[in-house]
Design a protein around this ligand. Structure first.
Ligand code: ASP
Length: 331
């Protein structure tokens, strides 16, 4: 029997047209149906519009609504493809990996660097790859781009212009397309741990801060004063935080003892944090910061938003960060 695939369009470059103020989403799935059907292969395709946004305009409430929508449709299709702008796609794919716990079908995000109306665009190739993955029967949340498929919570946009815009960070690719067709590495796809659960709450009181030489700790204090409950700190190297001159670590200690969750990761794209090596890392762990290990910043931030949307119990939060929920971290 032919696989039934749903394409949900949220916007992005793939569906963009030139408007008075620049390139912006303007094509509906109805406008793109001819192109989408060309790449549908052996599947039966259904298409629908969810929103029409440049992904810079995607916010957490959109993740929550999209997760709910997918959860309601997940038993009607063999797989779902989400067309999404590339700029924040890795945040959405990371958050959906958490919100759609133990999803029973493939949910595959894709987009493109050029509009589907452009004859030399990557759009149709990316949709072809995404549809093929959505029909694979391998459950999970994925990103398909430039003939490669990766876990949604390991994807990151690493190039702003090239067709090879996404990479799987600190984790093997799930599938690749070559002249032999699509080969799927089943062993690297995390196994379902239980029944499906929609968990689409999140905290809006989470922020992300990148360390730089000269950063002042009053910035941390003002974040706390504004009522934030969680900070993801992109620290240096394997997780270094300053404690001389501007003593960030004692400020973190104060915030943590007042109930703030501080998650520390690295500015380096590859290989993650290892905070037990240097004094700058060890001291940070000692004051109660949590470590992001090899998570992408997109996964670290969204995991923090997601967990703080469920609990503010420090022990539970620590527990969540000590386990791998969706393939996002090697612990
Ligand atoms: N600005 C676009 C977006 O993220 C870029 C793209 O889709 O490639 O919506």
């Amino acid at each position: 029997m032919k696989k039934k695939i749903l394409i949900i369009n949220t916007g992005g470059t793939l569906s963009s047209v030139m408007k008075e103020n620049g390139l912006a989403p303007g094509l509906s799935t109805h406008d793109m149906q001819k192109e989408l059907h060309i790449v549908s292969g052996e599947t039966v395709l259904e298409i629908e519009d969810f929103c029409a946004l440049d992904s810079a305009n995607i916010f957490p409430e959109d993740w929550s609504a999209l997760a709910l929508h997918i959860s309601e449709l997940r038993n009607d299709y063999d797989g779902i493809v989400v067309i999404h702008g590339t700029d924040t796609m890795a945040y959405t794919s990371s958050m959906l990996s958490f919100m759609l716990q133990n999803i029973n079908i493939p949910v595959v995000l894709t987009g493109s660097q050029l509009s589907i109306t452009n004859p030399v665009a990557d759009a149709m190739e990316n949709c072809r790859c995404a549809i093929h993955m959505a029909a694979s029967g391998m459950p999970g949340v994925f990103v398909a781009f430039n003939r490669k498929v990766m876990l949604g919570c390991r994807a990151s946009k690493v190039r702003s212009l090239s067709f090879d815009a996404f990479e799987s960070i600190n984790y093997p690719y799930v599938a690749k397309i070559s002249s032999l067709g699509m080969s799927i590495e089943k062993a690297v796809i995390p196994e379902r741990k239980g029944v499906f659960q929609l968990a689409n709450n999140y905290s809006t009181k989470v922020c992300m801060l990148k360390m730089f030489p000269g950063i002042h700790r009053s910035l941390l204090e003002s974040i706390a004063e504004q009522g934030y409950k969680g900070i993801y700190l992109e620290a240096y190297g394997i997780g270094g935080v300053p404690f001389l001159k501007h003593d960030f670590i004692s400020t973190l200690e104060k915030l943590i003892s007042n109930g703030m969750t501080v998650l520390v990761g690295t500015q380096c794209r590859y290989e993650g944090s290892k905070m037990d090596i240097y004094e700058t890392g060890r001291r940070t762990l000692e004051v109660g910061a949590l470590q992001a290990h090899d998570m992408t910043s997109e996964a670290a931030l969204t995991k923090l938003m997601w967990i703080l949307g469920m609990t503010d119990n420090a022990g539970e939060i620590r527990d969540y960060f000590s386990i791998n929920m969706s393939g996002e971290v090697s612990v």
